[in-house]
Design a protein around this ligand. Structure first.
Ligand code: ADP
Length: 471
């Protein structure tokens, strides 16, 4: 069970972030340690080299002024003063054979390096090297230099203090590094947990939602960081889903309600037919009524399908070049008889020719739905005015203004919803789909429909259409 938990932990983002954090910390501290170590050792070595060179220079002067014996005596005294285990010297001839030296009992393992002599004779500049004697911890720095044209000095110094320093440095480094990496991992874990806690809250909310509670929301802190933005976006998405679900539910209720009435009427007609004893004329009337109801039902279903297709935007519609001015004019002519019957004045003011690209049939449908409403909801004596204007270089605005019953402020935001009918218009025939379809068509053409209305004074519907848009 424990190993299962570890495995689960290994897959988490917090764990990986912690590893990264500790890893990067370890690499950077290691690099810093190496740089520091190299710097310190080279400074220490430089110091030892300077000491050895100084020694050799003193010997050189002594050799020139007082001879080999004086050099020998001085070297032995200096070696003893510094400590037999600290420094040594040898005087060599050009073949590398020692003819004089300090007490070498401690240094007997150190031979004369023939390669160093060769190099010294070739370059005539002091030659240095660092050697390690097996089984001894300290390193020894050795300098070969010319004391005179025939005498070579080999001087060595134990770099004990450097070795002690480096050893202590290494110990301190590894102890503090291990502690610091642990602390870094702890801090990394804490920070990573804090960072992902927001993501976990979103995940928890998503889990609860998939378990059925769509009311759940992710708590948003006022920090405005990326996690809060994620939470806000997630909550907005949930709001949208909830609204959509409510709309779908309402639409389903409406569809059920609006389809039930014609079906019930068709069933009623069929029932009456079954009771028998009617004349042929009665049967003919009933059959005609059934066909009429079926047509209405089919029309309703077809309209719903067209709206759904338009809103989904999945279907490509024809891109005809249309003279919209002529199209609106024709629509007005079609509605003139209906307006005359109702004694409503229909005024149509159109500019010469305005071209746009779109689907003729759909645009005709959109116009006739709005014109039909304008005439339908305007009582006798009223007026319906249609005008067309160009807005800027790109848009066309078709305005349909009536002096009809108007729409109340409470109904206005809903009139474009499917099956929505204002209470005062229920006496008029209609399905409640006309405006939904009109707006879906306008939007599929890249436009929209706006409306302003005052109850009992009239309404103005403005259709905005871009001149050129792919549909
Ligand atoms: P309907 O088939 O009922 O006309 P619509 O979708 O075309 O359905 O219109 C929705 C509702 O908007 C109508 O029922 C009516 O109440 C209101 N409406 C639409 N156009 C007008 C208008 N020009 N004047 C007043 N009310 C209108």
């Amino acid at each position: 069970m424990f190993s299962g938990k570890i495995l689960k932990l290994r897959g988490t983002l917090a764990f990986r972030l912690t590893l990264w954090y500790a890893g990067i910390f370890a690499v950077f501290s290691g690099v810093a340690f190496l740089l520091f170590y190299t710097l310190i050792t080279s400074v220490l070595q430089e110091r030892v080299d300077q000491e050895l060179l100084g020694q050799v220079q003193r010997f050189s002067v002594l050799l020139a002024t007082e001879g080999v014996e004086a050099v020998n005596n001085s070297a032995v005294i200096e070696a003893q003063a510094a400590g037999v285990k600290k420094v040594f010297f040898r005087l060599l001839n050009l073949n590398g054979e020692a003819f004089s030296s300090s007490n070498m009992s401690y240094w007997k393992d150190i031979a004369v390096d023939g390669r160093a002599i060769e190099e010294l004779l070739r370059s005539q500049t002091p030659f240095t090297q660092t050697i390690v004697i097996p089984n001894r911890r300290e390193r020894i720095r050795i300098l070969y230099a010319m004391l005179s044209p025939t005498t070579i000095a080999q001087v060595g110094e134990a770099m004990e203090s450097q070795s002690v320093f480096v050893e202590a440095f290494r110990k301190i480094f590894f102890t503090t590094m291990s502690l610091l990496i642990l602390v870094a991992a702890g801090i990394g874990w804490f920070m990573a947990r804090r960072a992902v806690s927001g993501v976990e809250a979103v995940t928890r909310a998503a889990r609860n939602i998939s378990a059925g509670s769509l009311q759940e929301r992710v708590p948003v802190k006022p920090t405005g960081d990326e996690i809060d933005q994620l939470a806000t976006t997630f909550n907005q998405m949930l709001d949208r889903i909830q609204t959509l679900l409510t709309e779908i539910k309402e639409m389903n209720d409406n569809i059920a309600h609006d389809l039930r009435s014609p079906v019930a009427r068709i069933r009623g007609l069929a029932e009456v037919t079954l009771t028998g004893g009617k004349s042929l004329g009665d049967y003919e009337i009933m059959a005609a009524s059934t066909i009429e109801e079926c047509d209405r039902l089919l029309d309703l279903i077809n309209t719903m399908l067209v709206i759904a297709k338009m809103e989904a935007g999945v279907e490509k519609f024809p891109n005809d070049e249309i003279d919209i001015s002529a199209l609106v004019h024709k629509a007005c002519e079609l509605f003139e008889p209906m307006a005359d019957d109702k004694k409503v004045a229909l005024k149509c003011r159109m500019p010469e020719k305005v071209l746009l690209v779109g689907d003729v049939r759909m645009l005709q449908r959109m116009l006739s739905n709005i014109l039909d409403n304008a005439v339908k909801y305007t009582p006798s004596g009223g007026t319906v005015e249609i005008s067309l204007s160009e807005s800027g270089q790109h848009d066309v605005i078709i305005s349909i203004r009536d002096t009809g019953v108007g729409i109340s402020a409470t109904d206005l935001p809903h009139i474009f919803e499917r099956f929505y009918r204002c209470d005062r218009s229920r006496s008029q025939p209609g399905t409640g789909l006309g405006l939904s379809l009109a707006r879906a068509i306008a939007r599929a053409h890249g436009g929209d429909i706006r409306v302003t209305s005052t109850p009992d004074q009239g309404s103005t519907f403005s259709i905005i259409l871009p001149k050129r848009v792919e549909v």
